[in-house]
Design a protein. Structure first.
Length: 365
C-alpha cells in the first residue's frame, strides 16, 4: 500500500467534519485551556489571535537586576536579554491595558527555588505594585514566599509552580492553607500521579460544597523544553553567561553493569542520532512542532486525568515558532474534541499535525 493509499485509509476510518472543529465560544469553557509563555509585550496580541487562552511571563525590575544580577534571580529564567521577560514597569502598564481589552489573563512568575531573607520584603513590594495595575495571579515555587505573602496580607491568586518539588496528595494537603488557585505538575509526573492528586482534591472540594467551576485548576506541561531534570532539582542557571544544561544534547537509555564504557556509550549515542526527526518533518522555516518536547499525543489522557490547563513553554523562542506552536495546540484540542476515543484522536492528530513524522521527544511515554 502506498503512502497516499494509507493516508486515504486513515481519512476514511477517522473522518470528521471540519465544521465540528470550529468550536463555539460557549463550548470552549469546558475544554483544557492553553497557557503560553510570553517573552515581550509585542507578542501578546499575536498570540491571542493564534488561540492562546492565557499567559505567563517574568518581570524583573531594573533595580533588582542591578542589585542581584543573575545570581539571585526573581524567576527561573535568569536571562536579562530582551524577548525573555519584562524589565520595565511601563511595559507592565501597557500589558495591563492589553489584558483589559482582550480578557486573556497574564500570570507573573516569581518561581525561584528560594530567596534570601532580606529579599522577601522587596518581592512583596514588587507584587503589591503589580497588583495595583491589575495583575492578580503569581506563579510561586518557594514555600517561604507563600508564608511571607500570607503574613503580609497580600491576597493574590497563587499558582504553585512546577518548580516546587514532588507532587502528591499529602503535599497538596499541606499547601491548602494558602490561597492556591492552581497546581502546576512538574515534567516527570505520570498520568497516574496527576489523576490521583486531582481526584483527592475534587473529593475534598465536594465535601466542602465547592462547585466544580470554582475548584482548583491543574496544569501540565505539553510543548517544548523537555528537560532531563525536574524543576526543583535543576541546578542550572538559564542566563546570558551560561549555556542551559537542558539545551545540551543528551539521550535517555538504560545503563547496566558493564555498559558504562566508552565504546558502548558511543554506540548508544549513535542510536540516538539515528532517531533524529526526518528532514522532511521540518517546514521551510526550520520549524517542527514539539521539536524539543511534545505531549500532544497525550492530550486525551491528560483530559481524562482532569487537567484543566496546558503549559506551552518557550519564552525567548522564535516568535514565529511560538505562534505556530499555539495554532498547532489549538488544532490538536479541536481534534480531541471531535474524536470519540484515544485511538481516533492520535491517528487524526498525526495525519493532520505531523504528516511527515514528529520529533519523538515525548513528554509522556
Amino acid at each position: 500500500m502506498t503512502g497516499d493509499e494509507q493516508a486515504a485509509k486513515v481519512d476514511r476510518e477517522y473522518s470528521f467534519d471540519k465544521n465540528t472543529l470550529r468550536k463555539k465560544e460557549q463550548d470552549m469553557d469546558n475544554n483544557m485551556k492553553i497557557t503560553a509563555g510570553l517573552g515581550s509585550i509585542d507578542e501578546y496580541e499575536r498570540f491571542v489571535q493564534a488561540g492562546a487562552d492565557e499567559f505567563f511571563c517574568g518581570y524583573v525590575p531594573f533595580s533588582w537586576a542591578e542589585k542581584y544580577g543573575t545570581v539571585m534571580p526573581l524567576n527561573r529564567r535568569e536571562v536579562l536579554c530582551c524577548n525573555v521577560q519584562l524589565g520595565a514597569y511601563s511595559e507592565l502598564e501597557i500589558l495591563s491595558r492589553m489584558v483589559k481589552k482582550y480578557k486573556k489573563p497574564v500570570h507573573l512568575t516569581f518561581n525561584s527555588l528560594y530567596y534570601l531573607p532580606e529579599q522577601y520584603p522587596e518581592i512583596g513590594d514588587i507584587i503589591e505594585k503589580c497588583m495595583k495595575i491589575g495583575f492578580r495571579s503569581y506563579i510561586i515555587a518557594d514555600p517561604a514566599l507563600l508564608v511571607y505573602l500570607k503574613n503580609r496580607g497580600l491576597s493574590c491568586e497563587i499558582h504553585l509552580s512546577g518548580e516546587t518539588g514532588e507532587v502528591n496528595s499529602e503535599m497538596l494537603k499541606m499547601f491548602r492553607r494558602f490561597p492556591l488557585k492552581r497546581l502546576i505538575f512538574h515534567r516527570k509526573n505520570t498520568f497516574r500521579d496527576m489523576q490521583s492528586v486531582i481526584a483527592s482534591q475534587r473529593f475534598v472540594e465536594k465535601q466542602a460544597g465547592i462547585r466544580p467551576e470554582e475548584g482548583m485548576e491543574f496544569e501540565a506541561f505539553v510543548l517544548n523544553e523537555m528537560c532531563q531534570f525536574t524543576g526543583a532539582f535543576c541546578n542550572s542557571l538559564h542566563c546570558d553567561e551560561m549555556g542551559y544544561l537542558c539545551r545540551v544534547p543528551y539521550w535517555l537509555g538504560t545503563v547496566r553493569n558493564g555498559d558504562a564504557v566508552p565504546e558502548k556509550i558511543m554506540a548508544l549515542q549513535e542510536q540516538a542520532w539515528d532517531q533524529e526527526p526526518a528532514p522532511e518533518a521540518y517546514d521551510e522555516s526550520g520549524y517542527l512542532c514539539g521539536e524539543t518536547g511534545c505531549g500532544l499525543c497525550a492530550l486525551y489522557q491528560l483530559k481524562q486525568a482532569g487537567i484543566t490547563h496546558l503549559k506551552l513553554v518557550g519564552r525567548g523562542n522564535y516568535v514565529d515558532h511560538m505562534e505556530k506552536d499555539i495554532r498547532n495546540l489549538r488544532k490538536a484540542l479541536e481534534i480531541l474534541d471531535a474524536a470519540e476515543n484515544a485511538r481516533e484522536f492520535q491517528y487524526t492528530l498525526k495525519r493532520t499535525v505531523f504528516p511527515a513524522g514528529c520529533s519523538g521527544r515525548c513528554y509522556y511515554q
